[in-house]
Design a protein around this ligand. Sequence first.
Ligand code: ADP
Ligand code: ZN
Length: 745
Amino acid sequence: MEDIDLQQKLKEVFGYDTFKGDQEAIIRSVLAGNDTFVIMPTGGGKSLCYQLPAMICSGIAIVVSPLIALMKNQVDAVRYTSGTRCVAHFLNSSLTRVQVKEVKDDIAQGGTKLLYVAPETLSRDDTVDYLSSLAISFFAIDEAHCISEWGHDFRPEYRRLRQAIDAIAAAQARRAAAPRHIPILALTASATPKVQQDIIRNLQMENAKLFIASFNRPNLYYEVRPKPDDALTLHKEIIRFIKDNSGKSGIIYCLTRKRVEELASLLQLNGIKALPYHAGLDNKVRADNQDRFLMEDVDVIVATIAFGMGIDKPDVRFVIHYDIPKSLEGYYQETGRAGRDGGEGKCIAFYSDRDVEKLYKFFSDRPPTEQELANQLVQEMVSYAESSVCRRLNILKYFGEDYNEPSCGNCDNCLHPKPQVPARDEMVHLLETVSAMKQAFKTKDVVDVLMGRSNSHTKPYRHNLLEQFGSGTDRGDAFWKAVIRKALFEGLLLKEIETYGILKLTPAGQRYIKSPYDLSVPCDHDYTLEMDDYYPDGGASAAGDEALYAQLKSLLSDIAQREGRYPYVIFADTSLKDMTIQYPCTVEELSRCTGVGIAKAQAYGAPFVELIKRYVEENDIDRPQDIVVRSAVNKSRIKVSIITSTDSQIPLDDIARANGLTMPALITEMEHIIDSGMKINIDYHIDANIDPEHQDVLLDYWANSPDGSIEDALDEFADDPDYTEEELRLMRIKFLTAYGENADN
Ligand code: ADP
Ligand code: ZN
């Protein structure tokens, strides 16, 4: 078996030209009959490490995988790499008795190469009996970290795998003349040394060949952006980002369910196909939303961290962290869901001091040791966010990996090193200010004093009488925050965790005031102004012909819908993009596109080839294609503004003026918002402007109006000039918000 041409097999079955990372060595290890242990980050290509040898070996590979919900999907993906032959099946508790029988009957026909089994199913006696009757090529244990209590997803059933495997081997040995060692391949993306130890001990794989891949994901772009204090600015920035990346799949992580819901609605309102996902949603809704994301029916999932475990959508193009995550490991896992196919993956985290304080508060009612651990994790996240050093280097260092490149070329700090300005005197000034404020205040208050701004502490603590009050206005907030960060970094100041961030001088800080040394701080970036040219371009992942790409994508989506499969199971995004470069006009040519392979080309290629052929004929391919740029007037901005402004109870006249609308036009906009299922609370305006008796009469009218028609209402009140059209319509909005279909319950 040693001299088998694996590369050719790879091309034939999966359509790839080259192996990724250690794949080939891993596969050879399995083929040689070794127990093999693979640690590879998400997106590294673990599945292929058992799928390809399974196709080559005689017998069936048993794949243990914890996620029943995803098993069907995984099996479909392999099935269709091999054309119409059913080479993969699964057994788990979701199957009916009849379905189980069908699976077993088909396996009895021969030809099955992979059998996915849920861990709890594998340890059942009847499964052990059944499996010991099969010729097993090897066992693959996916997500092997589930074995360890130290892992982030412990599953007790995983601890019984070894027993089941032994029982199967023993039963086979009793029957066979020459008993054979059945190799085990364990795979995981979770790498802490403690978890590794647990896996090896529990599966008794002490002699296994070990493959530990680098955790570097060169295709992921990391960026930390300062989080604007006001929600409107932040939301604008996020919406703009998504629109700049329209048509691409993305995930936005928020800390709370409430925020998830709000942001998802806001995005919908802005014409973005977005859905929420969190553990509080009804199971069915949650599963549907996830499915629609995988089906590419929606582009964006707004989620708590409940979303993502086992999501193997390969073409997620961005992951945004609306709130700063609780740990760097969590951040790495969540961003890891971007760009699994090796293509573009933009990872943007929004960061603000206030969020960090919120996190500390969030943990404050935990038992002391747990709290300490949690705070430590947050602190590591904070140093990552505030660092001006390469993000990748920071992350890899965290996982104990060396990274010696001078620049990764794919993170904000490497692409746009922040220019430094000298800040020795300013540092002294800051430390003196903290001291003058009796070391009893947080960053925000210190900056307020420097900027001469009053807040609730100013009067009681007489901050306005300090000589430092208003002394820093020539530099601005961002500068002083940078000086404070630098002071923390240099150990001149200390942020007290118990008090959620009160700044204290350290002995080094005291010394610095007396004998300062030269230091500089990074000038803060104005991210919003530079957003357009901020990213590295998509590079190799870009489609060659956007117009054709769009058509192929829509064809794929239609076929996927019809077949009830996820689009990427049929053709990966990278394959579509390659088609727009190669213009394959025969199934044979198509099979040479990346990620396609002969079987897939034959099973699915025909309509694609036809489309491309027609496209090539209809267009002069040598001539660069015109890209149609759609420029719609952006009404959604106005809607967001109306919602957030009414939320803050801003007078309607002011809202109208700010958006360049007349009052009737504003009311029309609000009616559209209500029609789209949102609510607008304008009680503050109504109570101040509409006579209470009128309110009662009109509420009563709308409650009894059969269809809510404004025309009818105008007719009804035509004789009564006391009731204005404005009143009628505003009360209708109130009614629909409070009692309409939009209302809760
Ligand atoms: P993991 O399970 O390690 O997270 P997957 O097995 O899901 O990763 O693979 C991630 C992506 O990489 C998938 O889209 C897969 O098709 C692709 N891939 C795997 N191996 C190769 C290869 N040799 N060449 C190109 N793409 C590959
Ligand atoms: Zn970098």
